[in-house]
Write a new protein. Sequence first.
Length: 259
Amino acid sequence: MGTLAAAAPRTSGPEGGPGAALGGRSLWRRRLRHDIRHELGTIIMLASAVVVADDVGDASRARVEQILGETRWLDHLLRRLDEGDGPDEDDRPLPRPERIRVDDLTTEVVTGMRLATPLEVCFTGGEAWAHMDPVALWRAVRNVLDNACRVAEGRVDVRVEADQGWVVIQVDDDGPGFGADGGAPQGGPESGRARRRGGLASLGLGIVHDLISGYGGSLEIRTCEMGGARVRMLLPAAPPPDADEQAADPHADDWRRHP
């Protein structure tokens, strides 16, 4: 019995040059993204049916609603891939920043993580606005929180606050902490878990640095009071929308309502 190959299709053209192969790979990627988006749409429809079902409890409904939120974020990531497809994808400009509620976006990420981990994930914070690409900020917060939950023993604390013109997103964990190289834990020999996860943490923090630095932000790493790592993302603060702006368009800053 034959098997289906997962590789990109071979292409040939009149000249058979590298341009033909590049065009074939681009077409293959577009088709693959089309199929992924189709499957995401199916998941969204199924989850939406569960949310409104009469035989579903409140706890299960909350989990399904979170699944819907996650699939919508994935759809936004696929759109970014579509926008960057082409020969000059590495030189494309950053997406335009938008004024967003940093505490609301962070709360959404924390809520999803609480449903996905047995750890105690705590959140404190108040209203905080910043100018940034929402997808980039979501990716940054998800990477930092995911790293913290991978190494934490039992607790992760997340805080959002505005301080002297900056919005600070701080994530503390009670894990082994980071050493001077940003990946090795402190306080004795590495555990097997720490060795397995150090590379993930380093990769995730590199992604975070690139995401927020493009919008004037910075990243800080140190040891926290719980003995683990403290990761702080600093973003230039933005003023909240005034009453006239909100009255003109009540959803102007709620980008997720405009897929």
